[in-house]
Design a protein around this ligand. Structure first.
Ligand code: FES
Length: 84
């Protein structure tokens, strides 16, 4: 998951308070490149509900705890959401 990669990279600004249980949304990120497959992948049902409840959801919003990294996402860059 992106959440784990960010923690491994010592990005401590990412709070991810629920540890990936889809209850906090403090792992909210924006995918910087709208052409990256991560920005266009469909949300899971619960991720969609959580993102829908955010103050400032955007089309490129994702939850880092739900974003599975793969070679297809090579070059992925994200910005941490302010409320995250
Ligand atoms: S870590 Fe809580 S929803 Fe992602």
């Amino acid at each position: 998951m992106l959440m784990d990669a960010l923690f491994d990279g010592k990005i401590m600004e990412l709070r991810a308070l629920c540890g990936g249980c889809l209850t906090c949304a403090t792992c909210h990120v924006y995918v910087d490149d709208p052409e990256n497959p991560a920005a266009r992948a469909p949300f899971g049902e619960l991720e969609s509900v959580v993102i829908g409840g955010l103050r400032e959801p955007r089309p490129n919003s994702r939850l880092a705890c739900q974003l599975v990294l793969s070679a297809a996402l090579d070059g992925l860059a994200v910005t941490l959401a302010a409320e995250g």
